[in-house]
Design a protein around this ligand. Structure first.
Ligand code: GDP
Ligand code: MG
Length: 381
């Protein structure tokens, strides 16, 4: 899962660490660090030792496309002036592994730009990639390096912090909502929206299983009355997991199906209503209106956008459209088990300011996991 992003973040740690450590070694061998002349901006020349020429060429070509923040390098005067005798010794090169240097923007600019390009290739949204790069830059520039391991540690920490910030959208606790529903005897109504094939129906069966395991009795509304075979498909799942399905005929008003399911839950004391809807293109106005009608009629407590993580930027784009049309409260990303890239998982919550609640991680009813941002950070770096 998300191998591609993980590789890119880790290789960035390695590259920054190698670059700054090797500069330190040169500084120790050649001249005292303080007297080392500032390198001039000569991308083709200065980076040959650490980067492949082809990558450099590509970078130059695309460098005009995306705007890069230009900041002045941290001035040398930021070096701590009042050094202890021990620090003076370190600088004089007595301990070759103990060096002292302040990370400048120039040290990391090219490597971070390369990371930004790599993130975009992995379907990370542009605003998210930019935020990560800027946040890491802000954290690293000016950091004083005392030991060789510092650079890797600082870079890793800076990346972790930026990813945590990206994923730090306030989440919603469905379990708590279900508990409250139980106490109030008014069912928790959850409506699932998203385009065709993203995994809505499968996800509803998984969420029903999740709540059954928690001791609740859900009911499912077969409100996808549009697609051929949809009612049979969800009926098959409902039977497998032993959940009551409320269904009308194909072509019936989906809002009426959802309404009946809510009435059923009220009458039978069931705590949760899960409403399946037809997969519609986010651009289909009529079908979007139909979804708004379901919303008006049953007033769901939670609207969950179900997106296919394999579709990357498309999933993010669709989430925006659904959010504009009906208002989304949370996200479930499916097929994360098959997603090597991870761009949608990293970006989608940030872009629409709504939390990812679960990840779909396979085709069986148990293959769903609660999404925790700390877990995601650990996956990535
Ligand atoms: N690997 C994998 N496949 C999934 C996952 N969720 C759904 N699928 C598959 O995606 C396909 C479409 O799912 P479906 O629920 O019919 O999508 P819907 O059109 O949005 O209702 C089915 O073959 C599912 O088995 C998941 O988390 N992982
Ligand atoms: Mg479906």
């Amino acid at each position: 899962m998300f191998e591609s992003l993980k590789k890119k973040f880790n290789s960035t740690v390695g590259k920054i660490s190698d670059k700054i450590s090797s500069e330190d070694e040169e500084a120790n061998e050649e001249t005292p660090l303080e007297e080392k002349p500032q390198e001039k901006e000569e991308p083709g020349k200065t980076d040959e030792s650490t980067e492949e020429k082809t990558e450099g060429g590509v970078r130059e070509k695309i460098s005009g496309i995306f705007s890069r923040e230009k900041k002045e390098d941290t001035p040398e005067s930021e070096e701590k002036p009042d050094e202890t005798p021990a620090e003076e010794e370190e600088k004089s090169g007595m301990f070759s592994l103990v060096t002292k240097k302040t990370i400048s923007e120039k040290d990391i600019n090219d490597i971070l730009f390369e990371l930004e390009m790599a993130l975009l290739e992995s379907d990370v949204a542009l605003e998210v990639a930019e935020k990560i790069i800027n946040s890491v830059k802000e954290d690293l520039v000016g950091k004083k390096i005392k030991r060789r391991g510092d650079v890797a540690e600082f870079t890793r920490d800076a990346l972790k912090k930026s990813i945590s910030e990206i994923l730090g959208v306030e989440t919603r606790d469905l379990k708590e909502m279900a508990q409250n529903a139980k106490k109030s005897s008014e069912p928790l109504k959850i409506m699932f929206v998203g385009v065709n094939g993203t995994g809505k129906t499968t996800t509803i069966a998984k969420i029903a299983t999740y709540f059954i395991d928690e001791g609740y009795t859900p009911v499912i509304a077969a409100a996808d009355t549009f697609r051929a075979g949809a009612i049979e498909q969800i009926g098959h799942h409902a039977e497998n997991i032993g959940v009551k399905l409320i269904r009308h005929k194909k072509g019936a008003d989906p809002a009426a199906v959802a309404y009946d399911a809510v009435e059923h839950a009220r009458a039978k004391g069931k705590e949760i209503v899960l409403i399946d809807t037809a997969g519609r293109m986010q651009t289909n106005v009529n079908l979007m209106d139909e979804m708004k009608k379901i919303k008006r009629v049953v007033k769901p407590d939670v609207i969950i956008y179900v997106g296919d993580s394999l579709t990357g930027n498309d999933a993010v784009e669709q989430a925006m459209k659904f959010n504009e049309a009906v208002g989304v409260d949370g996200i479930i990303l499916t097929k994360a088990d098959a997603d090597a890239k991870g761009g949608a998982a990293l970006s989608i919550g940030y872009v629409i300011s709504k939390p990812i609640l679960f990840l779909g991680v396979g085709q069986s009813y148990e293959d769903i996991m609660e999404f925790k941002s700390e877990w995601m950070v650990e996956q990535l770096i």
